[in-house]
Design a protein around this ligand. Sequence first.
Ligand SMILES: Cc1ncc(COP(=O)(O)O)c(C=O)c1O
Length: 483
Amino acid sequence: MVELRDKLLELEKRTALLEPDAKSRQILLKHLEAYSDDFISGLENGLSFKPDQTNNRQDLQIDGKSTHSFEDILKIYREEVDQPGLNPASGGHLGYIPGGGIFATAVSDFIAAVSNRYAGLYFGSPGAVRLENRVIDWMKKVCFYPDSSLGNLTSGGSIANLIAITAARDHHQILGAKVEKSVIYLSEQTHHCVHKAVRIAGLSQCILRNVPLDEQYKIDTLMLRQLLEDDVDNGLNPFMVVASAGTTNIGNIDPLDDIADIAEEFNLWFHVDAAYGGFFILLDELKPKFKGLERSDSLVIDPHKGLFLAYGLGAVLIKNQKAMLNSHHYRASYLQDASKNDQEFSPADLSPELTKHFRGLRLWIPLKLYGIDVFVDALREKRGLCLYFLQGVRKMGFEVGPDPDLSVGIFRYVPEKGDANEFNRELMNQIHEDGRVFLSSTIINEEIWIRVAVLCFRTHVSTIEKSFEMLEDCLDRTRKVLK
Ligand SMILES: Cc1ncc(COP(=O)(O)O)c(C=O)c1O
């Protein structure tokens, strides 16, 4: 026993490194502060995209033996991680769906990590669970969902969609022989994570109907009704329709209210993917476009997109408590103490996760610090910047797609001679080579279109004007290459 005690004391000494003293912590924090100041101040004039030239150097490898100073580690990080590829913190990130990462997210994550509250079960950390539930309550109000609905804070939109689709599956009992006869209605503009969720939820043998789109690339509800009637006549089992409130490609909102009518009539689970666009509902001038969202059975809305948080926070709201609990609630024997006296729903009963990052804090702190108005103004600015961008490129001779509902637009250059797709493909190469501003492209009806997605809180008028300069230069270079 004495021998064991001595060994343990020796091990305790050897592991002291894991609990740095106040002075050592100060040193780490000083380097951290210097790194973040340097990083943020470099954003304004830095590149938004840099082709990878680091070539997988040795520095990232771990041999488990050699150790480094924190300063050296940050140097490796700066060169090997910060430099190559897309910089999502940059205001010049106008591709995919940006967000930016407000500083308050970093501070909140820091506190969550230092205190390491266990936000999975109410028993373990009632305060943390309560806090997350209040964040969800706030989102219910934003989306005009009833107080009785449930929600979960996820790592992002993909998992949030998965949770909703699983609940829909279980609510409609899509099991066994029923799977092959069951029909899901979506569109070619539905985000691909919904398709992944359908597969992961074991529904890949369901019939997936891509509802045709109208000229605004929104679900054509006449066609939806027609498809449903045909499917019912043919003895199939329609059970879910998925609409988008802000498609990734062009930022448009499907006609939610009309779809809600149809969903009610045909007893469908109505799911809305508002991962990108959801928070635009906060703008009074855009509220009418979201009419019908409140009638959905479930929705996804991502603070790491529309509220500019650093990556790592999506959310799902589901109206039917039983449906959500049916899919995710579980009681293990070793958790028997944890279910006593619950006064709140626990995240672990509403998602596949048990232990999880205390991610609610990264939204709670910014909302408490700043209030919501500044976010609303920022969203209004982003939408305006998208329109300003599209006006500018139209003036430069680009063809511009349909007027965007939100802050994503599409445009392409149609040269007098030659193939437009070839031209825009080369133009995209030039844009990525240049890197001052990052844009991404998409294919719509076999045509290559360039997307502009304004959602980073650091994007301002000066960024859009920098894009115009960059596009002029890239057009010149493209013409030279294709001459
Ligand atoms: C409309 C939409 N839904 C879902 C997702 C997936 O979200 P995440 O990347 O957070 O998993 C995205 C991502 O851009 C999106 O735009």
